[in-house]
Design a protein. Structure first.
Length: 511
């Protein structure tokens, strides 16, 4: 009976993503993103044991998460340039292998400095995964379905973060070291599976995976040129965004239409072109602000729950899992909703859905943070998590819409640099601000408050964290405004410009 149920669930998931080949590709890309998220989730889950083991403050805990992100920031741009030129799947499995080795050594740390040094190598997956995953999604899947596909892939980030919190939090009672070692084992297995089962697709769309396909058409050496005359697998009639823009007579920016293949241009030229796309710049900044808040939440959310509501490790871990389910729901539904609206002629739907989701996250997170009872806080936090998770798939799909395909790797590298910078500073800034705000003594906020025990170190920490999270909602609100007020206005012409560039480059390749 259980065997039958398992196969029915498996068949349902495979059918939902479009067949075995799609399931394999989406699953592996989701696991790659989930790996780094699990690492960040692990730090959040073992904050209390780490502080006890090494006698460190919130600021020092934040530095652990910050350091790997700093390395990722420094390495992302060259990795993005490589992603536009070399075999991308090979880059992935090599990076994952190095990451696993660093994670294994982290678990053997005997002091804070050792652990800090080990974090240097962990930024490698961030540097490689961002540009490579975005570029692969663009070549594996057609434009009209990328919001939904990104939802499935980004679910890996959410599941990874949840796994880091739940698994590492669950085994932290034995030893915090297991929180690193189980991830090292998972990473080793994933590196082998990616090397064996994730083929390099042909650039330009020749390896797009049809619904129901059982195999992926590989590109051979991974350096195939974009498709030329007669080989384009995706026509304008099948792209609802292009169809809607054409029907609305939306003009391009003529001065920004590329006339030939930009892969031979310098990295500096590519970076200047990418940031000159106004929608892209707005979405990059907004996305970075969203990840800034999400990273701080992942690092200190567990400590906030435990201190504010006097919960044990196991109970707090379960509650984080419940709230995290909301983020997963948002990730899986927002991209699908945006694609559905785009298919019905609303060509700015990806922007509107993303901005609305982020605004909803702010609206519900504020009362959740101010609440003193679990029965009020959990439902509010659940809805806020839906919005926070739901903003990302439409944003990621929209970025592919506005950038010519030959620049996808470098464009995602630029985005990842700013995102990594924000995630690098977030734990350190959250930790520093919360330390400054908690103070040596805590006065009671009211008879029903759980914060008011001045002798409780955990409660004192929670006071600082609550105030910190409320302050950090301001950047999240600014991100929503940037999406809805700026990107929504500039998106149509930037998409038209990218489509014009694709046409011009294809015509140039025939000469």
């Amino acid at each position: 009976m259980r065997h039958k149920l398992f196969h029915r669930v498996e068949d349902g998931i495979v059918g939902a993503v479009g067949g075995p080949a799609r399931f394999r590709v989406i699953g592996l890309l989701a696991l790659v993103l989930g790996l780094d998220s699990a690492n960040n989730g692990t730090i959040g889950a073992i904050v209390v044991p780490l502080k006890a083991a090494f006698h460190i403050s919130n600021t020092q805990v934040g530095l652990l998460a910050t350091l790997s992100a700093v390395v990722g920031t420094a390495a992302t741009v060259p990795c993005g340039a490589l992603a536009d030129r070399v075999n991308r799947t090979r880059m992935l499995w090599i990076a994952i292998l190095a990451w696993s080795a660093a994670m294994a050594v982290s678990g053997a740390a005997t002091g804070y400095l050792w652990l800090l040094i080990c974090r240097l190598a962990l930024g490698l997956v961030v540097a490689v995964a961002g540009p490579v995953v975005a570029s692969l999604i663009g070549d594996y899947f057609a434009a009209h379905e990328r919001g939904r596909i990104y939802g499935f892939v980004l679910a890996g980030e959410m599941v990874g973060a949840a796994a880091g919190l739940v698994v590492s939090g669950g085994i932290a009672g034995v030893t915090w070291r297991l929180g690193f070692w189980w991830l090292a084992a998972v990473g080793l297995v994933l590196a082998v599976v990616v090397a064996k089962f994730l083929p390099e697709p042909q650039r330009g769309g020749g390896s797009r995976i049809a619904v129901g396909a059982t195999e992926v058409t590989p590109a051979g050496d991974g350096t195939a040129e974009p498709l030329t005359d007669g080989d384009e697998p995706e026509t304008r009639d099948r792209d609802p965004v292009a169809t809607a823009l054409t029907a609305a007579h939306v003009p391009s920016h003529p001065q920004s239409v590329l006339q030939n293949d930009p892969r031979k241009r310098s990295l500096w030229w590519a970076m200047r072109y990418i940031v000159s796309i106004r929608t892209n710049l707005a979405l990059i900044v907004a996305s970075s602000l969203g990840y800034f808040f999400l990273t701080g939440l992942g690092t200190f959310g567990m400590a906030l729950l435990r201190g504010r509501f006097h919960l044990g490790q196991f109970t707090a871990t379960i509650l984080v899992g419940v709230i995290g389910t909301g983020a997963l729901l948002g990730v899986l539904s927002a991209g699908r909703l945006a694609d559905w609206l785009v298919g019905r002629g609303h060509f700015t739907a990806r922007i509107v859905v993303a901005g609305t989701a982020m605004l909803a996250a702010c609206v519900f997170a504020a009362p959740a943070l101010a609440s003193h009872t679990l029965t009020v806080m959990v439902p509010l936090a659940f809805v806020a998590a839906i919005g926070l998770g739901g903003s990302n798939p439409p944003l990621d799909a929209a970025r592919l819409d506005i950038v010519p395909s030959a620049l996808w790797g470098r464009a995602e590298a630029v985005r990842t640099v700013l995102r990594s910078a924000s995630t690098a500073i977030a734990p350190l800034l959250f930790g520093y601000v919360s330390t400054r705000l908690q103070g040596p003594g805590v006065q009671q906020e009211g008879a029903g408050s759980t914060l008011g025990n001045p002798t409780s170190g955990a409660a004192s920490t929670a006071v600082g964290l609550v105030h910190t999270f409320l302050i950090m909602l301001i950047p999240l609100l600014l991100a929503a405004a940037l999406i809805l007020l700026v990107a929504r206005r500039t998106y149509p012409r930037d998409v038209a410009t990218a489509l014009g560039s694709e046409d011009a480059m294809q015509a140039d390749s025939r000469l």
